[in-house]
Design a protein around this ligand. Structure first.
Ligand code: ADP
Ligand code: MG
Length: 307
């Protein structure tokens, strides 16, 4: 059974792309056949996985507007890891699809066709844009689960009601299977009072809204926290996941833990014990920078002149 997961928060900069890419890489690393769908016109997930948007041929823009099969867009970037890339053109799809009947289920139908055609995936992770437009609706109609990345700061919960309302509408009208599985705390500063307070607020927020049969009735705050880690911020510019760029970093450890937790394994980490307000925040560095040079992107001609 494929798990299709939309990674969604209409706020920018909360860790959606970082989570999509590195969680997908962790799952692929474990041997699960994993597909990333980059639905953000900014194409950050595409770049993060080493592809140049546009250079590698058609993108999800062509899938959504022309009905191109996913297999014509899909690229393999590592063992078990595939991506259907984005392109800035995808921004125009919001407008171009306005008159199209059934525009919010295009991705769902093409994904089903793709899986019937080829080997099914174990996981499909969708990186959503920071908005609740037609691209996000396509993700919500194609998904069974939503992961909400959240940054633990004092406005973290702002906008969450609106997000849940959208998920509720989609689940009522189009996709009855849709569930919010959980919240991923990203850019987490362990040992700070703020982190602990935001977690309390979040627990109360869900508790107050936990009606039976709502898509978030079983939502949890994942125990695996993604700590602020400089390696996670560095690896996109190398076109590599954290498991390629810095496999022994905290970033890799945190995403491995999350990958295990979402499959029912106990989280492996020390965040829980460092929530105390008295502990000093941990430094985000893993020590000295390794001697790495930026590798060529998968689709970059090797003879390309230096920029
Ligand atoms: P979104 O997709 O929600 O806009 P990103 O995943 O792109 O958010 O993250 C925003 C920025 O924060 C990026 O520059 C990313 O590299 C950085 N970042 C994300 N998670 C972490 C982390 N745990 N530690 C350090 N930097 C992070
Ligand atoms: Mg993003």
């Amino acid at each position: 059974m494929t798990r299709r997961i939309a990674v969604l928060n209409q706020k920018g900069g909360v860790g959606k792309t970082t989570t999509t890419v590195n969680l997908a890489a962790a799952l692929a690393h474990e041997g699960h056949r994993t597909l990333v769908l980059d639905l953000d016109p900014q194409a950050h997930a595409t770049l993060h996985l080493g592809l140049m948007p546009g250079r590698s041929g058609p993108s999800l823009y062509d899938v959504l507007t022309q009905g191109l099969p996913l297999k014509d867009v899909r690229r393999q970037v590592a063992d078990n890891l595939f991506i259907c890339g984005s392109h800035i053109d995808l921004a125009a799809a919001e407008v171009e699809l306005i008159g199209t009947v059934g525009r919010e289920v295009i991705l769902r139908d093409l994904l089903a066709a793709d899986e019937a055609d080829d080997a099914p995936y174990d996981f499909v992770l969708m990186d959503c844009p920071p908005s609740l437009g037609i691209l996000t609706l396509n993700a919500l109609c194609a998904a069974q689960e939503v992961f909400i990345p959240l940054q633990a700061h004092f406005l973290a919960l702002h906008g969450l009601s609106k997000l849940l309302e959208t998920i509720h509408l989609v689940s009522k009208r189009v996709n009855r299977d849709l569930r919010v599985s959980g919240v991923v705390l990203c850019l987490y500063d362990s040992g700070t009072r703020l982190g602990a307070e935001v977690i309390d607020d979040l627990e109360r927020f869900f508790e107050a809204r936990r009606q039976a049969h709502s898509p978030w009735s079983d939502a949890q705050i994942f125990k695996s926290r993604i700590r602020r880690n400089i390696r996670l911020a560095e690896c996109p510019s190398f076109g590599q996941s954290i498991f390629q760029y810095a496999p022994s970093s905290r970033g890799a450890a945190d995403y491995s833990s999350l990958a295990g937790e979402i499959q029912g394994r106990p989280p492996t980490g020390s965040w829980a014990s460092t929530d105390s307000a008295t502990t000093a925040p941990e430094p985000d560095s893993d020590g000295e920078l390794p001697a790495v040079t930026r590798p060529a992107r998968v689709d970059e001609p090797s003879s390309a002149p230096a920029a």
